[in-house]
Each structure stands twice: as structure tokens, then as C-alpha cells.
Ligand binder design. Structure first.
Ligand SMILES: Nc1ncnc2c1ncn2[C@@H]1O[C@H](COP(=O)(O)OP(=O)(O)OP(=O)(O)O)[C@@H](O)[C@H]1O
Ligand SMILES: [Mg+2]
Length: 377
């Protein structure tokens, strides 16, 4: 554990083969993870995948069925939540309605017997960091949702814990405020340099905030990595579909070699594997796979000349969603359908045929069988 310039202790958190069973439900299975000192680690996954349970075990609110947790250098097994030197912020935070913001921030420290001048110093410092200094005399009902959220955060900051645990703290805010608070939390992390474990089911939040992302499904870790690393190289089809919006398109396919070419053949189209990537798929001729390509890697041939036209995929436009900087198209091609995110200059109409180019350097290939592991680099 080390001390930062603000006197905040930071600590790494280590989870070792952590499992939790509730009667027959295995909420968390064999999770091993290291949250480095000062890192903002995001736990992300669909509802029920075990995110909150993992966080609650770190906080000491839930007893692990097996496995170990270390905070700083010590094992915290058997240690009460209040002795773990961590602070947790939930989705449902409750401020004391009859107290001013100042008193809300001071309350925890007062209960712990801190001297008055130390409390005053910490409250003002936290208010400064969060930009709520001018709100200190107000009551919670006189605050906006975002301001209340900041007060809830402030209550944890004044304690100067070794680590912060956040469980979907922004989910009660409207979309615009959420984006703003997301940025503020990132800045806060940057200035506090504290260890943070942040839980969300929102992959955009995970991508934008995390220095490291952990993707969970059914109680198990699917992949750990930096956001762009996971985006570029998802290790299985679940992660590939979960990270990125709109989701990656998937097609049952077969790898075929013809002359000196390697092709991905679906029931509706054939596209060539770039020559530089041949070595990865050379020995897989005839193999059934899942072919994946992200909407943003499919272009209208009119606006992506540099990709060449060696293998355009023709399809019928079924839905048009103009978003401003881009247009989303739902395309039908034979038995397959997919989403393309094309140049905003594309002019098309429902039912029209359109010529699309897949950027095959960005293709993904997964095993046909569950858990659909990635094939190739
Ligand atoms: N106290 C409990 N008793 C029984 N089952 C529980 C309990 N708490 C959680 N579970 C179950 O454990 C699994 C994981 O729950 P958890 O709350 O960790 O999911 P989550 O990833 O946080 O989901 P969400 O995004 O919906 O908050 C779920 O199947 C849930 O129903
Ligand atoms: Mg939860």
C-alpha cells in the first residue's frame, strides 16, 4: 500500500479462485483477478452474471463459498466490511434528507470520532474535487440527480479508503447526465489515482472508463484486457458480440481454399481472406466456423474505393437509420442479414440493392462449437 499526494491510500486487490454459491445457483465461479494499485477496473456483463456478488464479496457483505481476497497486502477473510478500508457506492444511494450536503459528507467521519478541524478539511477538499463547494449548505432535495450523485461520491472520498467499489452508480441518471458523470468519474480517478472496481452492464461505460475490463458471463470471467485490446481481439463469440455497438455480425461459414486463395463461404456470399492472413487459416480448409465482422467494418463500395472491389457483397436495404455522422443499414443478402455502418453520404432507399465491401483485415473467425473460441490472431 502506498500513500498518494492527497493522503489517499491506494491498494491492489487480488481475487484468488473466488466462488459463491447461493443454494443451487453458482453466482460466481472460480474468479481469479488482480486489480492493480491505482487501476480503474470495470466488471461488465449481462444481468445476473455475478458482478454485484463479486463486488459484495470484496466489500465483505457476502461470504465467499471458496477462494481468497487480498486488499493491499493482507487477506481479508473474516474481516468485517468496516475494517476492510474500502468504500462502496451503490446504484441506490441514500442521502440523509434532513441534513445539509456538508453534514452528509461529514457524518461518517463524525461517527468515527474524527476531530472537527480534520472533518472540515476533508469535507472541503472532497467538495472541491467534486465541484460541489457552493452546494454545501443545501439539502439533498434542492439538488439535481447528478449533484446528489456527487454528494454520494463525496461521502466515500472523505473517508480516504484504500479502494473504491462502485456498483452501477450512474444507472439512475438520465442518458445525458450519465455521459457527463462518466467523464467526471474518469477525471476523478485520474486525480485521486485510487484503486477502483466499477461494475456496470453497459459496455460503452466499460469501454470509456476502464483502464482494464473484465467481461463476465454466468459467473465466469470470459476475458480480461484493455478496452481496445478486447475490441480488436475478442477471445470468444460472446465477448465479440457483447463489446461494440451495434453488435458484431455473425454468419455460419466454411473456410475454403481455391487455387491460391482462401475464402470465407457463407450460404449467401463468399469473401476472400487477405493474403497476409493466409498463414492463420491455411490448414483449416473445409472447416465449419463462425465468421464475424463488425458493422463499422462494412462499407458502401461508393465510399471505400481503397478497399478495392474484389469481393463486393450485394444486398437489399431493409432498414435505414440515419444517425448523423453515420448511417446504419439492415441488409438482407440471401438467407443472411446483417448491419452495416456506412458513410453518411450514402443515398439509398428501402428495397434497393446496395454494393458493400467487407474490410477483411478486420474479420473475426470463431469455432463453430460452444464456447466459440477465436481462431487465428
Ligand atoms: N442473496 C441471493 N440469494 C440467491 N441468489 C442470489 C442472491 N444474490 C444473487 N443471486 C443470484 O446470483 C446470480 C448473480 O447475481 P448478481 O447480483 O451478482 O448479478 P449481477 O451481475 O450483479 O446482475 P445485475 O446486472 O442484474 O445487477 C443471479 O443469478 C442472482 O439471481
Ligand atoms: Mg448487480
Amino acid at each position: 500500500m502506498r500513500d498518494t499526494y492527497r493522503g489517499l491510500k491506494v491498494a491492489r486487490i487480488i481475487l484468488e479462485n473466488l466462488s459463491k454459491k447461493f443454494a443451487k445457483i453458482e453466482a460466481v465461479r472460480n474468479v481469479s483477478l488482480e486489480v492493480e494499485d491505482g487501476e480503474l477496473l470495470v466488471l461488465v456483463g449481462p444481468s445476473g452474471c455475478g458482478k454485484s456478488t463479486t463486488l459484495r464479496m470484496i466489500a465483505g457483505l457476502e461470504e465467499p463459498s471458496s477462494g481468497k481476497i487480498y486488499i493491499g497486502d493482507r487477506s481479508v477473510s473474516g474481516l468485517a466490511p468496516k475494517d476492510r478500508d474500502i468504500a462502496m457506492v451503490f446504484q441506490e444511494y441514500a442521502l440523509y434528507p434532513h441534513m445539509t450536503v456538508y453534514k452528509n459528507l461529514a457524518f461518517g467521519l463524525k461517527m468515527r470520532g474524527f476531530p472537527k478541524d480534520e472533518i472540515d478539511r476533508r469535507v472541503k477538499e472532497a467538495a472541491g474535487i467534486l465541484g460541489i463547494t457552493e452546494l454545501l449548505d443545501r439539502k439533498p432535495r434542492e439538488l439535481s440527480g447528478g449533484q446528489r450523485q456527487r454528494v454520494a461520491l463525496g461521502r466515500t472520498i472523505v473517508r480516504k479508503p484504500a479502494a473504491f467499489l462502485f456498483d452501477e452508480p450512474l444507472s439512475n441518471l438520465d442518458a445525458k447526465l450519465r455521459v457527463q458523470m462518466r467523464a467526471e468519474l474518469s477525471k476523478l480517478h485520474h486525480s485521486l489515482k485510487s484503486t477502483i472496481v466499477y461494475v456496470t452492464h453497459d459496455q460503452v461505460e466499460a469501454m470509456t472508463m476502464g483502464t482494464k475490463i473484465v467481461i463476465m458471463k454466468d459467473g465466469e470471467i470470459q476475458q480480461v484486457g484493455r478496452p481496445m485490446e478486447i475490441y480488436k481481439r475478442p477471445l470468444n463469440m460472446f465477448v465479440a458480440g457483447f463489446i461494440g455497438s451495434p453488435s458484431m455480425n455473425f454468419f455460419p461459414a466454411r473456410i475454403v481454399s481455391a487455387n491460391s486463395e482462401i475464402l470465407i463461404e457463407t450460404e449467401s456470399f463468399r469473401v476472400p481472406v487477405p493474403r497476409e492472413m493466409h498463414h492463420q487459416y491455411q490448414n483449416l480448409s473445409g472447416r465449419e466456423v463462425i465468421f464475424g465482422i463488425r458493422p463499422e467494418d462494412i462499407h458502401s463500395s461508393d465510399f471505400m474505393k481503397e478497399l478495392g472491389e474484389e469481393a463486393p457483397v450485394n444486398g437489399i436495404v431493409e432498414v435505414i437509420e440515419p444517425l448523423g455522422p453515420e448511417i446504419l443499414l439492415d441488409i438482407r443478402c440471401g438467407e443472411s442479414s446483417f448491419v452495416a455502418r456506412v458513410d453518411p453520404r450514402v443515398e439509398t432507399e428501402l428495397g434497393q440493392e446496395i454494393k458493400l465491401i467487407f474490410n477483411m483485415e478486420k474479420m473475426h473467425v470463431f469455432e463453430a462449437n460452444s464456447p466459440h473460441r477465436r481462431i487465428g490472431d
